[in-house]
Design a protein around this ligand. Sequence first.
Ligand SMILES: [Zn+2]
Length: 250
Amino acid sequence: MKTALVIVDVQNDFLPAQNDRKDGALAVPEGNDILPIIIDLLDRTKWDWDVVIATQDYHPPRHISFASRHPPHQPFTELEVTDGHGKTYQQTLWPDHCVQGSEGVEIEQNLKQSLDGWKDRLMIARKACYPDVEAYSAFEGYLTEAAAPQDPLPDPGARVLADSDFTKYLRQQGVEKVVVTGLAADFCIDSTAKDSISAGFDTVLVAPTTRAVFADRVEGVFDELVKRGGTVLGRAGTEWQGDVQRWMAK
Ligand SMILES: [Zn+2]
């Protein structure tokens, strides 16, 4: 049974300042705490992932989710918007973040180095790359080679989950199990894990590998994933590595 490790949006703009790295534009509180844990999951002497996918939030300037596009509305408020596919929904507005070509869009450098050790099994998924479409889930992204990332093709329009590049790639690789890690618990992790469950993958979220924009929402996110048939490990602060290994071997 093959397993994919998915590392969502561990990008400079989502991380608080650390050493010579400055505060990200949309820094998730305590975001740096997850770095050593995810880097340890990339230790090939301990872990044998069949597929590793790192995602990037990958916005053009003036993305629909940016508060700056909707004056006088402010970041961290909600606004009803109609997107490029004609869908009307409540968008949480954000500071400008993860803009294509910026430093903030880059995957955190220590994590990037660890990912280099998986080049033979690594793909990058980039999402929310069209001006008028928001995308929180990794399953909404396009996949590209980590060694030579390609620019996004024109917007293919709204697609069902089963037909997404992400779902198809995992199936082609024979993946049946997905481990979700990264940022942020209450947005992109939530959407990615839900999509993974809906697409039929046996899905584990490792609680210590994520942090939320709004910390008080984390428990609700975990509860909902369990209700939908996912598994949340490490939630009680106890040892979880053995649990993941046993689940992978099942
Ligand atoms: Zn974004």
